[in-house]
Design a protein around this ligand. Structure first.
Ligand SMILES: [Zn+2]
Length: 216
């Protein structure tokens, strides 16, 4: 397609006509290695100066230099590895639109979205498991608390019955609703630090993919 055109142009006026700049992958242009690139892993990097201090990004994006918490490890065709944030992967996908790298960039972005979804689900599942343990440990107290009818389609019931039914039958969204309610009760009654852990449930600590498989 374009190559024969470019070739002809180069052949005829090689010396004085500047050829259009070659299509270079943005990561390649940033000296991060040779295309194609692919995501080979990810991890969460958090930094906290001292207990109670705000949690900050614990890594920097090799492409833009911004601090990042969700770190995606990318490997180039010449086997160099570097780390980027999801924003840059999204940006690179946009930049690659209409180029030879479009498909690859889209694949990388899709893969990152898949990892994010998976991490989010795993975090919710962990939270639900902690809340289920709280419910189990405080059955009697929860049986005494009335759950307002608006949760139950018109019938007042105990929080215990509601929570147990939801944890057994509801989807993730419904289970998160139970988590909020039980965590609030737990905090009110000083049952323990279930809510404190929430910050860590934002992500899986590491969802490493097979970094060695299919190395190109
Ligand atoms: Zn970046």
């Amino acid at each position: 397609m374009t190559s024969s055109c470019a070739w002809r142009r180069m052949g005829s006026k090689m010396t004085d006509t500047a050829a259009p700049p070659p299509r270079i992958h943005p990561f390649e242009r940033a000296n991060l290695g040779k295309a194609p690139f692919r995501v080979v892993g990810n991890y969460v990097a958090k930094y906290q100066a001292c207990p109670g201090a705000p949690i900050q990004p614990g890594a920097a994006c090799d492409y833009c230099g911004t601090g990042i918490m969700d770190v995606y490890v990318v490997r180039s065709a010449d086997k160099r590895e570097f780390e980027v944030g999801c924003d840059c992967v999204a940006r690179v996908r946009q930049e690659c639109a209409g180029t030879d790298f479009e498909r690859e960039a889209r694949k990388m972005h899709d893969e990152i979205n898949r990892i994010k979804r998976q991490a989010k689900h795993a975090a919710v599942d962990a939270r639900v498991a902690r809340v289920a343990a709280l419910v189990e440990a405080h059955r009697e107290e929860l049986a005494e608390i009335v759950q307002p009818a608006r949760y139950l389609g018109g019938r007042d019931q105990s929080v215990l019955r509601w929570a147990e039914w939801m944890l057994g039958h509801a989807g993730r969204k419904g289970k998160v609703e139970v988590c909020r309610r039980i965590e609030a009760i737990a905090e009110e009654r000083g049952w323990g630090p279930a809510a404190d852990q929430e910050v860590n449930t934002m992500h899986l600590d590491a969802v490493m993919m097979d970094r060695n498989a299919g190395g190109q």
